[in-house]
Design a binder for this molecule. Structure first.
Ligand SMILES: [Zn+2]
Length: 251
């Protein structure tokens, strides 16, 4: 998921997808398709009732929308599996789940990585090609960016299938949202967009105002490994970082 505007005109401290109203015209001028899931305040029904809920920004300022916890969570708690997603293309609303471009299968960075990480996985670019970006297709779309986030989007492993359940609630090996800190009921949920995004479609100037703020957020490609080391970063991003180092050494 990436920020909405690159002009620094965000009225809120964090980047949020534009749900309705004026946002539509923005989408139009930006030639961005609307995400498949785009609730509005008038007939909103939470996708994860009792877990978290969208708080819509003031009318006409939908960039101010956010997602608030409906209950308290402890650090390490899994809030939910990330499931029911749709294939996406890189956009302000998408989340990257695999290296893009894929790793050359001949590279060292590809060693002991899943085949889906490599170019070997996309020979014909047909419908069986793995999805490199997804649309969340749920209220999770409203989790804003922060450089000091309270949740992580863990897209290592695979998406839980329809009907798949996990009695432990841990969703091992499945995509999930996990608390990075203790979270109080009512708190705004945030994650670090560069933990999933390599090179963002729409960079933005972060106004999270936390001590860890990195300023302009353009994706992990633009952030030193030493800084990334202080965060939960998904494997597909770490693999791309490894490839970048490998290529730099060859030059
Ligand atoms: Zn920040």
């Amino acid at each position: 998921m990436t920020a909405v505007l690159s002009n620094g005109a965000l009225p809120t401290p964090v980047a949020t997808p534009p749900p309705t109203g004026t946002a539509k015209s923005l989408l139009k001028t930006r030639k961005q398709p609307a995400p498949p899931y785009l609730p509005n305040r008038h007939d909103y029904r939470p996708t994860h009732r009792d877990l978290f809920q969208i708080e819509f920004g003031p009318e006409g300022e939908e960039f101010g929308s956010c997602l608030r916890a409906e209950k308290a969570y402890k650090q390490g708690d899994v809030l939910c599996a990330i499931r029911g997603t749709l294939p996406g293309t890189k956009a302000y609303s998408s989340v990257q789940v695999l290296p893009d471009p894929p790793l050359p299968s001949s590279s060292r960075a590809a060693e002991s990585r899943p085949a889906s990480f490599t170019d070997a996985a996309t020979p014909g670019a047909d419908s069986t090609a793995p999805r490199r970006h997804i649309e969340l297709n749920s209220d999770l779309l409203y989790v804003n960016h922060s450089c000091d986030p309270n949740v992580v989007f863990d897209v290592n492993g695979r998406e839980a299938e329809e009907g798949e359940e996990d009695a432990s609630g841990q969703w091992a090996g499945r995509w999930k949202v996990r608390a990075e800190k203790d979270i109080a009921k009512g708190e705004i949920l945030t994650f670090a967009y560069f933990s999933t995004e390599w090179d963002m479609d729409q960079p933005f100037h972060c106004l999270c105002k936390t001590a860890r703020c990195l300023g302009t957020i353009q994706g992990a490609k633009h952030i030193d490994q030493g800084v990334l080391d202080g965060y939960f970063i998904n494997d597909h991003i770490l693999a791309m970082k490894n490839l970048e180092r490998e290529q730099a050494q060859q030059e």
